[in-house]
Design a protein around this ligand. Structure first.
Ligand code: PEP
Ligand code: MN
Length: 265
C-alpha cells in the first residue's frame, strides 16, 4: 500500500480521545447500547445499567441503515436529541452513525463520536465530509472490504485533517450462513502489528447470535483489540432492531468482569 499515513514506520500508535475516554491506550474500552435509540426512558435505563456495568461509552443508532426500506429507519433528529440528553444525564460519551453528508454539520452538535457504518465505508463524499470535522470517527469495515480498502477509507478521513480515527471490525460476508457475518479477527492482529490506528471489535454484527457474543468478545481482546462495541438492552428480546444479536446489560457486565479479571477462557 502506498502513501499511507498510518504506516508502522511513521511513528507512535495513535490514541483517540473521546471526552475522557481514550481508545488505543492501556485500558480496554467498552462501548455498548441498543442497536437503535428507541425512546428516552428506555435509553436512560439502559445507560444507567451500562454505567454500573463498567461501560465507558454508549452507542445507539438514530439513523438506521436498514436492508429493507420498510423497516424502522430510526428516530432521526428526535433520536439525536435523546442521545444528547442521555449522554448529559449519565455523563458518558455517545457514538452514533451518520449516513448522509447533509446531516454531518448539524449532527456533530449532538454526538461525541461519529460512526461510519459498514454500508458507507465506500462513501467517499461522506468520508471526506467527516474528515473536515474535529470529531473522533469510528470507521466500521465494509462487509466486503479488504483490509487495504478499509485502511484507504481511513486515509480519506485522515487526509482531510482529522486523524482521530478508530477502526471497527464488524465481520465480513463469507459463504458461511450459520452466523450473520464471519468475524475476521485476522484483521485485528494485522492492524495491531503493522498500523498505528486503534481498532475495536463489534462481535454483535460480527456474529448475529447473542449466545456467542461473550466468547467472541474475549477472543477479540485476546488477539489485541483496543476495545469492544456490543449491542445490549435491558430487554433484549424487545429490541426494535437486531434483537437476535443483542445481549442483556447483565451479560455485558459479565463480559467486562471476565476481561478485567483476565478470565479469557
Ligand atoms: C450498527 O452498528 O448500528 C450497524 C448498523 O452496524 P454495521 O454498519 O456494522 O452493519
Ligand atoms: Mn444493529
Amino acid at each position: 500500500m502506498k502513501d499511507l499515513l498510518v504506516d508502522l514506520k511513521s511513528g507512535n500508535k495513535i490514541k483517540v480521545k473521546v471526552k475522557d475516554v481514550t481508545i488505543g491506550g492501556e485500558e480496554k474500552v467498552f462501548i455498548s447500547g441498543p442497536c437503535s435509540v428507541e425512546d428516552l426512558d428506555t435509553m436512560i435505563n439502559i445507560a444507567k445499567e451500562l454505567k454500573l456495568a463498567g461501560v465507558h461509552m454508549l452507542r445507539g443508532g438514530a439513523f438506521k441503515p436498514r436492508t429493507s426500506p420498510y423497516d424502522f429507519q430510526g428516530l432521526q433528529y428526535e433520536g439525536l436529541k435523546i442521545i444528547k440528553e442521555v449522554s448529559n444525564e449519565v455523563n458518558m460519551p455517545f457514538v452514533t452513525e451518520i449516513m448522509d453528508t447533509r446531516d454531518v454539520e448539524k449532527a456533530i452538535e449532538y454526538v461525541d463520536m461519529i460512526q461510519i457504518g459498514s454500508r458507507n465505508m465506500y462513501n467517499y463524499s461522506l468520508l471526506k465530509e467527516v474528515g473536515k470535522t474535529n470529531k473522533p470517527i469510528l470507521l466500521k469495515r465494509g462487509m466486503s472490504a479488504t483490509l487495504a480498502e478499509w485502511l484507504y477509507a481511513a486515509e480519506y478521513i485522515m487526509s482531510e485533517g482529522n486523524i482521530n480515527v478508530v477502526l471497527c471490525e464488524r465481520g465480513i460476508r463469507t459463504f458461511e450462513s450459520y452466523t450473520r457475518n464471519t468475524l475476521d479477527l485476522n484483521s485485528v492482529a494485522v492492524v495491531k502489528q503493522k498500523y498505528r490506528l486503534p481498532i475495536i471489535v463489534d462481535p454483535s454484527h460480527g456474529t448475529g447470535l447473542r449466545e456467542i457474543v461473550p466468547a467472541m468478545s474475549v477472543a477479540a481482546i485476546a488477539v489485541g483489540a483496543d476495545g469492544l462495541m456490543v449491542e445490549s438492552h435491558i430487554s433484549p428480546d424487545n429490541s426494535v432492531s437486531d434483537a437476535r444479536e443483542t445481549i442483556s446489560t447483565d451479560a455485558m457486565k459479565k463480559i467486562i468482569e471476565r476481561i478485567n479479571t483476565n478470565k479469557l477462557f
